[in-house]
Design a protein around this ligand. Sequence first.
Ligand SMILES: [Zn+2]
Length: 184
Amino acid sequence: MPTPLDPLPFESEATEADLALMARQLGRTMRGVHSIARRCACGAPAVVRTVPRLSDGSPFPTSLYLTLPSMVEACSRLEARGLLAEWTAELEENSELQQSYAHAHERYLERRSELGSAEEIDGISAGGMPHRVKCLHAVVGQALAEGPGVNPFGDRALELASDDTTIDRCRCDLTPAMLEEEGA
Ligand SMILES: [Zn+2]
C-alpha cells in the first residue's frame, strides 16, 4: 500500500453559500462538489474539489477545478500568449521538468482516488499531464490546491499571472459578503 497523502493544505467544507457563489462564477451549477480546495482572500471558492464520478454516472477527470473568475481569466490570457506550445516544447527537451511534471500527474491521480474511482479515466489526470501542457486552468487548479512545489507549470503560471491577480488579494466582482447582502 502506498503511504496516504497529507491532507490538502487549504481544503474546507463546501456550504450552500459556496454552491450558490460558484454557480454565479461559472454561470452554471457545478456538479460533483466534494469540498473547496482553495479560497480567494474574500472567502469565495477558487478551486473546487470534485468526485471522480458524477451522480449521473459520467466520469469527471478534473478533480481540482478552477472557478475564481480573475484567475480563470489570467490563465486564459497566458494561454493566448502561446505558452501551452512553448512549455510543451520545453518539456520535451528537459528531463528534470519531465520528472517533476510526472510526479504532479501521479499526485493528481492519487489525490483523486481518495474520493473513489472511475475506470474510464484510470491513468488520465488533467491539463495534458504528464506529456503535454494543454490547459493552464487545470495545472493552476492543482498548484493552488496543493501549494507550491507540486506542479511546476502551475507554479510558473501563478508567478506570471501575479501581475494581474493573486489568490492573496481579492479581485472578485462578487464576494460572499455581497452575495449574502443580496439574499438579505
Ligand atoms: Zn475574492
